[in-house]
Design a protein around this ligand. Structure first.
Ligand code: GLU
Length: 530
């Protein structure tokens, strides 16, 4: 991107880009620093739903100006997560778009002019303080009630900046290339107010906010400058972001005002926090590790530490369920309806039903959503994902059989990974059996009965569920054993454990030879370990 000295004002810019200046434009603006947390997924989703609902555009902008926090692979990971969730942006670094680039590091040349404009207007100033001088300032002002003094209206006039140096000195330092930053000059005692779409009127006292750096010594903008400039240049009409950004809002509001763009300022909504299951504090990655549930959309491996944090996808969640459960973390449509597809969410979503308070994350409820989605999904939808789970578990499934098996077992699956246990035995004989559930009631009579029944299976007139079941019951009656007493061992023989759909259906599906051989194998296992 080449630097343009002056950009046209927004309506003209929008016109030039072929956009309708009134069109809803929202953005998700993550910093590529790691995995995509539940809160991030929900921010993406609410942006997406709002854009779809209003026929607007959803933009992905990568906020990577803080090179010290940049993590290799995180941007690609975020894009992959959005793709998996089906929440694809209309404009992004990948897809491009009329107001790109969509990666802030590639927009570096754009920002300086705005920071300098603020200096000219007196809303910002150059600061030349070295780290030692900053440290010295903190030492001088540190008190018990103020343990980490800030660079603000109380100290700025005792520092080395363009407010305290003469204009000749400033010009010389700039000409000599002396390292400097540009800081906002926060008003000493003003009340700033804005209307948040969720919280209503929000007020701040400027005296509590420090003179934030806008442009760093390396020429990169900080988040505060870049977010305002880019929201403006990209024609953003609504900015939805996490509640943790609320303390930054006064700085952003002032920047919109000082740059003369207030009329174009987006409407803001600060989304409530997602809380730990007990409601005490923000849900963190550590809570997920500690309590055994995912907090990221997909597995994330930190390239520095190699630490792996598990994601919803790898834990066996369907993207439909992930989207659905995130939508209901702090929002509902008021009807009591919980299971909603993306289309239903698009039509039912409304910002005014988002709760102000934090939303507790309940993993059991999250699993319930997934179970419901598995139950409601067609075989064709589940098939590729189930096949992939089986393959990952080293089981090569016959797709025609898998198609018939999925509807038989899906009611028993909470997570997609449960399909491995619930369908694996259709393709691979069990290598171990839950013998402990059989042994207490095992008798020589039952051993003899199974040996005989297995050898007769080859002569059954047909190999289907009713024929196998009728023969089984008849043979049980002839042997004087209750069929119920034989059914559990038969299940363990075929499946390995006490689970699965009706046992004669399993036998019918795996075939006569396989049924016979599985019975024989467990009979010898029972014998050998006796
Ligand atoms: N880059 C910020 C983040 O990482 C975005 C905050 C905003 O949306 O304004 O979350």
């Amino acid at each position: 991107m080449r630097c343009r000295r002056q950009r046209p004002p927004l309506p003209l810019l929008a016109y030039l880009c072929g956009m309708n200046p009134k069109k809803v434009r929202v953005r998700f603006a993550p910093s590529p620093t790691g995995g995509l947390h539940l809160g991030g997924v929900r921010t993406v989703l609410y942006n997406y739903l709002f854009a779809r609902q209003h026929g607007g555009d959803f933009i992905l902008r990568i906020e990577d100006t803080d090179q010290t926090r940049f993590v290799h692979g995180a941007e690609q990971y975020i894009m992959d997560c959005l793709r998996w969730c089906g929440l694809q942006p209309d404009e992004s670094p990948e897809a491009g778009g009329p107001v790109g680039p969509y990666r802030q590091s590639e927009r570096k040349a754009i920002y300086r002019q705005y920071a300098e404009q603020l200096v000219v207007y007196g809303y910002a100033y150059y600061a030349f303080d070295t780290s030692a001088e900053l440290e010295d300032m903190r030492d001088r002002h540190r008190t018990e009630s103020n343990p980490s003094p800030q660079y603000d209206s109380r100290v700025r006039m005792s520092m080395c900046n363009s407010l305290t140096l003469t204009s000749e000195e400033v010009a010389k330092r700039l000409a000599d290339g002396i390292p400097h930053v540009i800081r906002i000059r926060m008003p000493e005692d003003e009340t700033i107010e804005f209307e948040d779409m969720i919280r209503g009127s929000v007020q701040f006292q400027t005296g509590t906010v420090d003179d934030k750096v806008l442009l760093k010594a390396d020429g990169m903008p900080t988040y505060h400058l870049a977010v305002v400039v880019d929201d403006y240049l990209m024609g953003i009409t609504h900015a939805f972001r996490g509640e943790e950004w609320l303390p930054s809002a006064p700085v952003h509001l002032l920047l919109w005002k000082y740059l003369g763009w207030v009329a174009q300022m987006p409407q803001w909504a600060h989304l409530p926090l997602i809380l730990k299951p007990d409601g005490h504090g923000k849900l963190s990655k550590r809570d997920g590790d500690r309590l055994g549930f995912p907090v990221f959309a997909m597995n994330w491996k930190d390239p520095k530490s190699d630490e792996l944090t598990r994601g919803f996808r790898e834990m066996g969640f369907m993207p439909e369920a992930v989207v659905n459960l995130h939508a209901l973390l702090g929002w509902n449509d008021g009807s009591g309806r919980e299971i909603m597809s993306i289309d239903e969410l698009c039509s039912g979503f409304s910002m005014d039903r988002i709760h102000k308070g934090g939303a507790k994350f309940d993993f059991e409820k999250a699993k319930w959503f997934n179970q419901e989605w598995i139950k409601r999904s067609e075989t064709e939808r589940l098939l590729p994902d189930v096949a992939a789970c089986l393959e990952a578990a080293g089981i090569q499934a016959n797709i025609d059989i898998l198609k018939q098996v999925i509807p038989m077992v899906k009611e028993r699956c909470t997570l997609m990974t449960d399909f491995v246990e619930q369908t694996g035995y259709f393709f691979k004989a069990p290598v171990q059996w839950d013998l402990e559930s059989v042994r207490p009631k095992w008798t020589p009579e039952k051993q003899a009965w199974f040996t005989q029944w297995a050898s007769g299976l080859i002569s059954l007139p047909a190999w289907d569920t009713p024929t196998i079941e009728a023969d089984f019951k008849q043979a049980a009656a002839a042997g004087g054993i209750k069929p119920g007493e034989l059914q559990l061992p038969l299940r363990v023989m075929l499946v390995g454990g006490k689970f699965g759909p009706p046992v004669f259906e399993i036998a019918a599906m795996i075939g006569q030879e396989e049924t016979t051989s599985r019975i024989r194998r467990m009979l010898s296992a029972l014998n050998s370990t006796d």
